[in-house]
Ligand binder design. Structure first.
Ligand SMILES: NC(=O)c1ccc[n+]([C@@H]2O[C@H](COP(=O)([O-])OP(=O)(O)OC[C@H]3O[C@@H](n4cnc5c(N)ncnc54)[C@H](OP(=O)(O)O)[C@@H]3O)[C@@H](O)[C@H]2O)c1
Length: 251
């Protein structure tokens, strides 16, 4: 984590990051801690990487276990976070599955799991956290979508459907809660090296990079920087929109 400037002052805002134990979610948590936020990282298991980040966070990064696929447990989890940490200023719906498969041969259980974790869980979690934000009169919600929401990719039809749901949810919810001082935005990353994408071959990676305007792939911290922007002063009049971070893959 980068050293803080002498005039650094803690914003004292809580941000709940789902899927904060590795990959993009962990990068978001680390960056937000560096920016002075108090971050609650939710996932099923605390990874070694997250443990190490918590160790150097001066008490600003916390892990709370939650299986977000267990929909009925979500209201109690939202309450637990509020009871323990106080008002939630930011919610980053990042946890997700990236299961690939041709629709014709995909098991129904895989389809259901994708829709459950990528669509139903963030919607229900947002419902309970947004209620708290409404009472507080402020809040920032960020949904992690994907460029696959708008581009086609062989073997990702179900995943693509769930990521398109995230942007549809974002736009209408922004309309609904804007008058209460809450912003809602989505980020659509291109291919980023994480556990979710470990199946892609080196050749596949190179192909994607060579087809991108910047001839490279975006990184987890690029998404984290956009989250920081949306949570900060710069994001106060930004809502209902989708930010593509793909090194120009879809340009
Ligand atoms: N990587 C990419 O190229 C890419 C591109 C566009 C969009 N995205 C999106 O970015 C988000 C993060 O992706 P990533 O690449 O960072 O994935 P990742 O490395 O696989 O991390 C997924 C995170 O979600 C958590 N998670 C999974 N199942 C969960 C459950 N049932 N309950 C609670 N947490 C759960 C995981 O922790 P546990 O397993 O311990 O629960 C982990 O923290 C996803 O929404 C993904 O669709 C990724």
């Amino acid at each position: 984590m980068s050293p803080r400037p002498a005039n650094w002052r803690a914003p004292m805002h809580n941000v709940l990051v789902t899927g904060g134990s590795r990959g993009i979610g962990l990068a978001i948590g680390k960056r937000l801690v560096g920016a002075g936020y108090n971050v609650i990282a939710a996932a099923r298991r605390e990874s070694d990487e997250l443990k190490a980040a918590i160790g150097v966070s001066e008490g600003r990064l916390h892990f709370r276990a939650c299986d977000l696929a267990a929909i009925d447990a979500i209201p109690a989890f939202a309450k637990l976070v509020r009871d323990e940490f106080g008002p939630t200023y930011g919610l980053v719906n990042n946890a997700g599955l990236g299961t690939e498969g041709l629709l014709a041969t995909m098991h129904n259980s895989q389809i259901e799991a994708l829709v459950q974790l990528n669509v139903l869980s963030p919607i229900i979690l947002t419902k309970y956290v947004a209620r708290q934000m409404m009472a507080d009169g402020a809040g920032r919600i960020i949904n992690i979508s994907s460029i696959i929401a708008t581009t086609g990719y062989n073997g990702l039809s179900v995943y693509g459907a769930t990521k398109a749901a995230a942007t549809g949810f974002t736009r209408s919810l922004a309309r609904e809660v804007g008058k209460l001082g809450i912003t809602v935005n989505a980020i659509a990353p291109g291919f980023i090296d994480t556990e979710l994408t470990h199946n892609l071959s080196d050749d596949g990676r190179k192909r994607i990079a060579s087809r991108s305007a910047l001839r490279r792939l975006p990184e987890t911290d690029d998404v984290a920087r956009m989250v920081e922007y949306l949570l900060g002063e710069g994001g106060r009049n930004v809502t209902g929109t989708v930010f593509t971070i793909d090194a120009g893959n879809t340009a």
